[in-house]
Write a protein that binds this ligand. Structure first.
Ligand code: BJW
Length: 229
């Protein structure tokens, strides 16, 4: 790590798996017999908002019963101690990184514990259900709130900041993600193009595993503390 100053860490569902949160593709990608790709879209929400609200209300309730694990804790230690630039970009919509203490963090696919108003464009902290069409705390209109989640076909958040950090990175580390969903799956190539070394920490080789300079395979709660400490 001697020549390394700027680090970008990308995390996916595998980081939260050992906290008891199901990953997407390991669970067969199914929920109530629907493919996740058919629920997590703006078209699905327009077609059947109750179905989409039920899906997210259940998951919003579930994550509040989970706790960060040793991988989240190790990344928070790295964030606190690393003197150079560091950015943790998570695809996860749970709040386990921040509950572990990470601060330099971007939720590129949104957050379960936010609701977004399609009328006034404000985001509000949200822990309860949305299916009963509550009023937006910001503008007061009923039935305008949706989960603050980036669905397929929508633009992930804060991409300019992410690409800027990738271009400056000396080290890019991808943890617990299958590499199946873009644009995150392309970050390793962006980082390489900018001259970064690249490391994958995952239970198994990911779809784009061959793009990494080095790969270590095993559970995140073992691999991440090993790498950080
Ligand atoms: C462990 C472990 C342990 C398990 N320890 N590891 C055709 C080609 C290319 C692209 C497209 C295409 N058609 C459409 C697209 C674009 C589309 C896309 O990528 N689709 C693919 C399915 C092909 N992408 C989009 O639409 C995105 N927007 C977009 O592209 O806008 C245009 C744009 C262009 C250019 C620049 C910028 C923008 C939006 C994507 C939104 C993704 N949203 C979801 C759903 C959120 C809702 C919800 O939570 O309900 O986000 S999809 C789902 O997948 C979720 C995740 O964040 C994301 C990634 O999944 P992740 O985290 O990798 O989980 P898994 O389950 O796949 O993998 C877990 C891994 O962990 C596995 O490898 C395990 O082995 C491992 N593991 N236990 C360590 N203990």
């Amino acid at each position: 790590m001697r020549d390394i100053r700027n680090i970008v860490v990308l995390t996916g569902a595998g980081v939260s798996a050992e906290s008891g949160i199901d990953t997407f593709r390991d669970a067969g990608g199914l929920w109530e017999q629907h493919r996740v790709e058919d629920v997590a879209t703006p078209e699905a929400f327009a077609r059947d908002p109750d179905l989409v609200h039920r899906f997210y209300d259940a998951r919003r309730a579930a994550i509040q019963t989970k706790a960060p694990n040793a991988a989240h804790a190790a990344l928070a230690r790295l964030d606190a101690a690393w003197p150079g630039e560091l950015l943790i970009v998570t695809q996860n919509v749970d709040d386990l990184h921040e509950r572990a203490g990470a601060a330099r963090l971007i939720h590129m696919h949104g957050e379960h514990l936010n609701a977004w108003c399609s009328a006034c464009d404000q985001r509000s902290p949200w822990t309860g259900p949305l299916i009963d069409r509550p009023a937006c705390p910001a503008c007061g209109l009923p039935g305008t709130l949706r989960p603050d989640i980036v669905w397929f076909g929508e633009m992930p958040y804060r991409m300019d900041e992410i690409y800027h950090a990738l271009a400056r990175a000396d080290l890019f580390v991808s943890i617990g993600t299958s590499g199946a969903v873009y644009p995150a799956a392309g970050f390793v190539r962006e980082a390489r193009a900018g001259g970064a070394r690249t490391l994958e920490l995952n239970l198994e080789p990911s779809e784009g595993g061959y793009w990494f300079d080095e790969a270590r395979h095993g559970p995140a709660t073992a691999l991440v503390p090993q790498w950080v400490d």
